[in-house]
Design a protein around this ligand. Structure first.
Ligand SMILES: N[C@@H](CCC(=O)N[C@@H](CS)C(=O)NCC(=O)O)C(=O)O
Length: 214
């Protein structure tokens, strides 16, 4: 699995987390984004020149949802077993993949940062409300296992929203009790913590992702 900086690369976290949850042993290759020559290194693996890229026996798959779907073909438990839950999980995963632009731009993932403050515009507030609504609705209506994830057992939708839990922590975004509990599930997960542990040790600074510093 080819990933970017663990501190900043939210798309990398998503695909990496889905892969970790399959239990497959895999090698990871980290490419420091925006360092001199990074694009050439990415191009050597994928014509899209973005991380994450999953390479299996020399065959590259890029773009987070495509990677997750590829993994789910071999590991169907990455989607909820129940059909309507699976459809809903796909809807919110696609919604995350294509939306939440205001939130993603203004509140970049920055795992090691806490106590950041950014101005919350109407667009950002709408995105935050929608995330809180998704988490609350899924947790109230879950029917795919008894676990603490969106649909009970972990699924790709949880991977898609994991970086948002990280962002809410960094920028002190308060949610209702159910959504806060879900955030805690994400942030206390052993795999997410392993990602964070590596991320905080990174030394690269991507200025545009250092939003809200005092
Ligand atoms: N739609 C892609 C987005 C991937 C993406 O934007 N990755 C960022 C890192 S989080 C990247 O590679 N940025 C480098 C660049 O834009 O040159 C996906 O879902 O994987």
């Amino acid at each position: 699995m080819i990933i970017g900086n663990k501190n900043y690369s939210s798309w990398s976290l998503r695909a990496w987390l889905a892969l970790r949850k399959t239990g497959i042993a895999f090698a990871e290759k980290r490419i420091a984004l925006f360092e001199p020559g990074f694009r050439e290194i990415l191009l050597a693996h994928s014509p899209a020149a973005k991380v994450p890229i999953y390479v299996e026996s020399g065959f590259a798959i890029w773009d987070t949802l495509a990677i997750c779907e590829y993994l789910a073909e071999k590991h169907p438990a990455l989607w909820p077993a129940e059909r309507k839950s699976r459809a809903r999980a796909r809807s919110i995963s696609a919604e995350m993949h294509s939306g939440f632009q205001a939130l993603r731009t203004a509140l970049p993932m920055n795992c090691r940062a806490v106590g950041r403050r950014v101005g919350i515009t109407t667009d950002i507030a709408m995105d935050i409300d929608r995330v809180e609504g998704i988490w609350t609705d899924c947790r109230k209506n879950r029917r795919s296992g008894d676990g603490p994830w969106l649909f009970g057992d972990f699924c790709i939708a949880d991977a898609m929203f994991a970086p948002v839990a990280s962002r809410f922590r960094t920028y002190d975004i308060n949610c209702n009790e159910i959504a806060t509990e879900y955030m805690q599930t994400v942030l206390s997960d052993a795999d997410v913590r392993a990602w964070y542990a590596d991320g905080v040790l990174e030394t690269e600074i991507i200025e545009e992702d250092e939003a809200g510093a005092a």
